[in-house]
Design a protein around this ligand. Structure first.
Ligand code: ZN
Length: 184
């Protein structure tokens, strides 16, 4: 009996995660547009930062390594930036590239920091992600390839997009603070 309860709880948890990070209407965001963006990002980053997984493991905190290099997802609500309302900039936790601005952040209610656009289309790359029994659009840093989260088409105006990010992939600095060093 206890075993069945355990399984039922696991399924409920999995279902919850799936709903939270899945498109609300089952549609995939403008694929053509994102593929175009990904191509542009690729073209702009010929000098993509390449490091071995062993080196990333040494450089990143365990949670960031799990999310950014192993495509993990951190827990909703109990993460660093979901409720962060401070004015500033979000950089890539791995390489220091500027990714998102607090002026594009909004409360999506999903439990993860959400933005309706990146600072610049070249800062991120996207690709189709067929895991979790659904097609989602994965988002990564165009410079180091680190996984950031997913993008959905149920966001607010003006873009209608929801960039659902992991706090563990981001490094927030207040507007007045110096940016983190760009990893070489
Ligand atoms: Zn990066």
């Amino acid at each position: 009996m206890g075993r069945w309860l355990e399984i039922a709880m696991m399924l409920t948890l999995l279902g919850g995660l799936l709903i939270a990070c899945a498109p609300k209407d089952g549609k995939q965001p403008g694929v053509d547009e994102h593929q175009h963006d990904a191509t542009a990002a690729h073209a702009a980053t010929q000098t993509t930062l390449v490091k071995s997984e062993a080196e990333w493991k040494r450089l990143l905190p365990a949670e960031s390594f799990y999310v950014m290099r192993e495509h993990g997802t951190e827990r909703p609500f109990r993460n660093a930036y979901d409720k962060n309302k401070q004015d500033g900039v979000y950089y890539c936790r791995a390489c220091g590239q500027k990714l998102y601005d607090s002026k594009h952040k909004y409360d999506s209610g999903t439990g993860w920091p959400s933005f309706y656009q990146p600072v610049d289309g070249h800062a991120i790359g996207t690709k189709a992600d067929n895991t979790l029994f659904t097609v989602r659009t994965e988002v990564h840093c165009s410079r180091c390839g680190g996984h950031l989260g997913h993008v959905f088409d149920d966001g607010p105006k003006p873009t209608g997009l929801r960039y659902c990010m992991n706090s563990a992939s981001l490094d927030f600095r207040k507007r007045s603070e110096a940016p983190p060093p760009l990893l070489k």
